[in-house]
Design a protein around this ligand. Sequence first.
Ligand code: F3S
Length: 63
Amino acid sequence: MGTVTANTQACQGHARCALLAPDHFDVDDYGKVVVLRADVGEDDLAEVEEAVISCPELALSLG
Ligand code: F3S
């Protein structure tokens, strides 16, 4: 369905992504998002989209 990418320079560690889509995102010890799974399938598209639009820093993109 798509691929999600993160801009770690923009990320400020709000962790909404990790709460909304924990299979795809985590936050490391430095407070930066880590993409656990970039591949987004039909089943998890809605939660990843929610995570992308919920990031206050607009650090996530789904393409
Ligand atoms: Fe970073 Fe946004 Fe997630 S600031 S930790 S990518 S909600």
